[in-house]
Structure formats: C-alpha cells, structure tokens
Ligand binder design. Structure first.
Ligand code: ADP
Ligand code: MG
Length: 257
C-alpha cells in the first residue's frame, strides 16, 4: 500500500492530569474517508486539533506526507495550508461578503491571483448550491448555508486533507441534510477526509473506515459494516445502543403526535 498522507504515531496528549489521547496510531491514505465516533469528551476534537497543530502533543509524532507536524516548526504555516478544517461553528468574517471570505486566504496567504480564485470560488459555490449568494453577508445566510460556505472556503485552499468537526451539530434538523450531501459529494470525488460526527446513518454511508475512540484509545478501527453490525468491543456496543434508543424514541414521538 502507498504511504499514508497522514500518520499519527504513538500520539499522546494530556491536559494536566487528564490523558485525552493515549498512544494513538492512525494512518489515512489518499482518497480515504475516516469517520471518528465516540462519546462526548473522548478526545475527537482534540485529535483533530492536534493534527492541525492547534494543540501541542506530549508524546509521539504526526506526519503529513513525510513532513513532521510540529507546533514549533517554521514550516507550520505552510503545512497548515494543506489541512482544511471546518468546525461546528461557522466563523465567517461578518464584514466581508461570502466571496470575500472565501478569497481572503488564497490571495493573502497563498498569493494567488484574485481573478483566478474568484472563478474557482464561484464554481465551488455552484457545486454546493450557493450560486447567487456570493455577495451576501453571513447574517443573511442560514446556518446550513454558512457551513457550506465554510466548506468552500476550506476547499479553495487546495488542501490535501479535510478535517470536519461535528459540522452539522449546531444546525437545525432541516439543514443537516444539505451539509451532509456536500460531504458525501466530496467523498465521491475522492477527497481525503477525517470526519467527526454523531450522524450514524451518514457515517455508515460515507466512511471507508470507522474509528471508535474511548478512554483515550482507538478501540475499533474497522469497516463501517463491521463496526455497525458486529463491533468487537462492549464499549462500542453500548455506544451504538444509545443511537438505537434515539431511533425508537423518535418513532414513538411520531406515532403519538
Ligand atoms: N483546552 C482544554 N483544556 C483542558 N482540557 C480540555 C481542553 N480541551 C479539551 N479538554 C478536555 O479533553 C477531553 C476531550 O475533549 P474533546 O476533544 O473536546 O472531546 P470530544 O470532541 O470527543 O467531545 C475532555 O475531557 C475535555 O474536558
Ligand atoms: Mg468535540
């Protein structure tokens, strides 16, 4: 198999006494879609933040291709450009239009030509169903639209890997689908992605591999059909059973309403 794009080797991360990532090994190959699931507080966001060197690690190494991601490295700004990240909250600049928000980093940081980036931005906005919104401001957009802009903004930097941290968690239910559809499309295009989500149906549909994180460890690293149908660990079974309860509960609500 080819070398991974991203490799975490024996990564350990503490916050004081709290060991959040405990000797984590994880490799992501070109075109792979990894979905990370696990209970709240198990370290999913921290893992993504360590990959982007937004958090220092206390042990182990993280490589993007063969470059070590080191919070002190002079090349860090350069490496970060290769890692696109979309968070739960969409922090678009309120005083800039959608197009200005998207074009900002590629022109300022990557010194690309404004016209070229604008063309690309408009094409990408079209692909996420937002053509015509390029002149709008964040306050004029719905949450789902803002998240789609945030995805376009990340794509316009031409990242080698995209990290998504619960990007639909703060959205109203009717907007979740439009954002998940964009991510499904990116997966179909062969983008390399790590996705943290609680949307289990989506995880099943999009993932090449599911990583189940709990107690600072990778307890499962397996194909979605194995993870959802026959997880190895009791912890994963317990975790999945909470979602079954939610399904049953919502069916009950439907019947009684
Ligand atoms: N900046 C921080 N300082 C101290 N503890 C933190 C910080 N960020 C996260 N933690 C702790 O690390 C653990 C993992 O958090 P997080 O990565 O946000 O979990 P998840 O995204 O899986 O819900 C939690 O116990 C959380 O309280
Ligand atoms: Mg989180």
């Amino acid at each position: 198999m080819a070398e991974p794009i991203l490799a975490l080797k024996n990564v350990t991360k503490h916050f004081g006494e709290n060991t959040v990532l405990d000797d984590i090994d994880l490799s992501v190959h070109q075109g792979e879609v990894i979905v990370i699931v696990g209970p709240s507080g198990c370290g999913k966001s921290t893992l993504l933040r360590c990959v982007n060197a937004l958090e220092p690690i206390q042990g182990g190494e993280i490589y993007l291709n063969d470059e070590k991601i080191d919070i002190k490295s002079k090349k860090l700004a350069n490496l970060r450009q290769k890692i696109g990240m979309v968070f739960q909250s969409y922090e678009l600049f309120p005083h800039l239009t959608v197009l200005e928000n998207i074009v900002l980093a590629p022109t300022k940081v990557q010194k690309r030509k404004k016209e070229e980036v604008q063309q690309e931005a408009l094409a990408l906005l079209g692909r996420v169903g937002l053509l015509g919104k390029e002149g709008s401001y964040a306050r004029q957009l719905s949450g789902g639209q803002k998240q789609r802009v945030a995805i376009v903004r990340a794509l316009c930097m031409h990242p080698e890997i995209l990290l998504f941290d619960e990007v639909t968690a703060a959205l109203d239910p009717e907007m979740v689908r439009e954002v998940l559809d964009v991510m499904l499309n990116l997966a179909a295009q062969g983008r390399t992605m790590i996705i943290v989500t609680h949307e289990m149906q989506f995880a099943k549909a999009v993932a090449d591999r599911i990583i189940f994180l709990d107690g600072g460890k990778v307890l499962e690293d397996t194909k979605p059909e194995v993870f959802f149908e026959a997880p190895k660990t009791e912890r994963a079974r317990q975790f999945l059973s909470m979602f079954e309860f939610n399904v049953v509960k919502s069916q009950v609500e439907k019947v009684s309403s």
